[in-house]
Write a protein that binds this ligand. Structure first.
Ligand SMILES: [Fe+2]
Length: 375
């Protein structure tokens, strides 16, 4: 679907499909480009173009296989990816010769799984083991970044680069002392500075691994930068930040906040997304909004209360809109009893209960993760 907007409203991440009035220098009437950098925005603003048409994507994710069928392959991909990132980082830690070819086949498998049915890996990455945070974080950022890039309309080849970037974004941590990485409490200032060195190490590894993809490099080097210049290592500000780098910053922060650590509890997904929107000085709202459209206001694994007193787990997004995900009802909060899980698709009519809040499963003593995959 196309939407006409004034050039002044054009933002990073938007796909411009045609230009009005059509400037001579863009000869093809099928002009289509994703705005990935501030300089492209400035280029548009310098022309005499008043309006552009942008592509507006809805939640229609084309799925070529069923969730149940894709889950089988995605389980193997998840298991393999943890093994691969673990031994890749170990080899780097031990100073062994490493090659990017070692991770390339896996990256391609992740992308193909996401193209077939993204909900399989989006579900599986919710099953977390906090002792494996560093390795699982790599997989989660690669999956989330690929789904994010798919939402923006990138092709399969480009998705491979987003996936690779997500997989490698913290690879420099291989050279950070394990005592710091696995410290069961908050890091002090000195330890934090040592952990932040992982980006400097990333720069060296980019050279050693001969990584030449601009997208992968932007993800590996910019994911801790922030719009207002308060990030690290270069204190880059908005005009210097790439779209891929900003997407990586959102995904990396989202997963860090959504994960239980020994020293902190996970923040519910909808709260994290809300915080992103409040922190406009750190994250670009237009890019955050695309991410929200991509994973939903209530992302997979959110635990919600319904207008009829039942509690349910979000198991997928739908075409009905952000407020109407697919849910699995598992508990009656009035009678305080489990019910045989029932899957329903929420919609706006009165026959179906509505989401009225988000609940903390720990408060209810419910291990929601065991209900995520329909056995
Ligand atoms: Fe990082």
């Amino acid at each position: 679907m196309l939407k006409k907007i004034p050039v002044s409203k054009l933002k990073l991440g938007m796909t411009v499909c045609e230009i009005n009035p059509h400037p001579k220098k863009f000869a093809s009437s099928l002009f289509e480009t994703i705005i990935t950098h501030q300089s492209q925005l400035e280029q548009f603003q310098k022309t005499n173009i008043e309006y552009v048409h942008i592509k507006v994507r809805d939640k229609k994710h084309l799925k070529t296989v069923s969730l149940q069928s894709e889950l089988k392959q995605a389980k193997t991909i998840k298991k393999d990816s943890i093994q691969i990132i673990k031994s890749f980082m170990n080899d780097i830690r031990l100073g062994k010769q490493v090659s990017i070819e070692y991770v390339t086949p896996l990256v391609s498998q992740i992308v193909q799984s996401i193209i077939r049915n993204e909900e399989a890996l989006l579900t599986l990455i919710q099953l977390k083991n906090k002792d494996q945070y560093t390795y699982e974080h790599s997989l989660r950022t690669s999956v989330l970044l690929t789904v994010f890039a798919k939402q923006l309309g990138y092709n399969a080849e480009e998705l491979n680069m987003f996936c690779m970037g997500g997989f490698l974004l913290d690879i420099g941590k291989a050279k950070v002392p394990l005592s710091i990485l696995s410290k069961p409490s908050m890091l002090n200032a000195q330890e934090l500075a040592a952990a932040q060195q992982h980006i400097k190490i990333n720069y060296k590894l980019i050279e050693e691994l001969a990584i030449d993809s601009e997208t992968v490099i932007q993800i590996m080097t910019e994911h801790h930068e922030r719009l207002d210049g308060s990030g690290y290592p270069c204190n880059k500000t908005s005009s210097k930040l790439s779209l891929a780098g900003q997407m990586a910053a959102i995904v990396d922060t989202y997963d860090a906040c959504a994960s239980d650590r020994v020293y902190k509890k996970a923040t519910p997904p909808h709260k994290i997304l809300q915080n992103f929107l409040y922190k406009q000085q750190l994250f670009d709202n237009s890019i955050v909004n695309i991410f929200i459209h991509c994973i939903g206001i209530y992302p997979i694994s959110s635990f919600v209360s319904l207008s009829n007193g039942q509690l349910a787990l979000v198991i997928g997004q739908t075409e009905k809109g952000l407020l109407y995900p697919n849910i699995r009802i598992i508990f009656d909060s009035v009678k305080r009893v489990y019910i045989d899980p029932i899957d329903i698709q929420l919609r706006s009519d009165a026959d179906v209960p509505q989401i009225v809040g988000v609940e903390d499963p720990i408060k209810w003593g419910i291990d929601t993760y065991s209900f995520l995959i329909n056995q």
